[in-house]
Design a protein around this ligand. Structure first.
Ligand SMILES: [Zn+2]
Length: 144
């Protein structure tokens, strides 16, 4: 899952975060890099070449070998959400930078989303983070 690869430097300031991840395009670029650090790789056949196209606001990659279409959100916790990537990124930032467990209510206020959306974000991201710990138990905060 691409969002698994999203990690911010410890102690990154909010100002720095907004500079690097403040726009939808910046978040998208970060996700592309997290998903395919060495360039595109088809999730189905591992082919390396794809046609890129857009449908609405969504970017798609169609594998040149098997024609499988992937998008950044497909197969991730963000798949069914309508929330912009900037909201997901800010939620991750807030959740990973706070030493204590951030409350859904605080997320709601910081993100400007409904309580239900904040609660869902928090729980989905906690699952992702728990998964990340389980996958890489010996890796500390090596940065990006
Ligand atoms: Zn393919």
């Amino acid at each position: 899952m691409a969002i698994n690869g999203i990690q911010f430097q410890k102690g990154m300031s909010l100002a720095q975060f907004m500079k690097e991840y403040g726009t939808e395009a910046q978040c998208e670029e970060a996700l592309v890099k997290a998903r395919w650090p060495d360039g595109f790789r088809c999730p189905r056949c591992a082919h390396r070449l794809a046609y890129e196209f857009k449908r609405g606001a969504t970017r798609y990659w169609q594998c040149k070998a098997c024609r499988y279409q992937s998008s950044l959100r497909a197969g991730t916790v963000m798949e069914h959400g309508q929330l912009p990537l900037t909201t997901w990124f800010l939620a991750i930032y807030l959740m990973t930078q706070s030493k204590t467990n951030i409350a859904a209510l605080a997320l709601m206020r910081h993100l400007g989303v409904s309580w239900k959306a904040a609660w869902l974000l928090k729980h989905k991201l906690m699952e992702v983070m728990a998964q990340r710990e389980a996958d890489r138990p010996l890796e500390g905060c090596a940065g990006r």
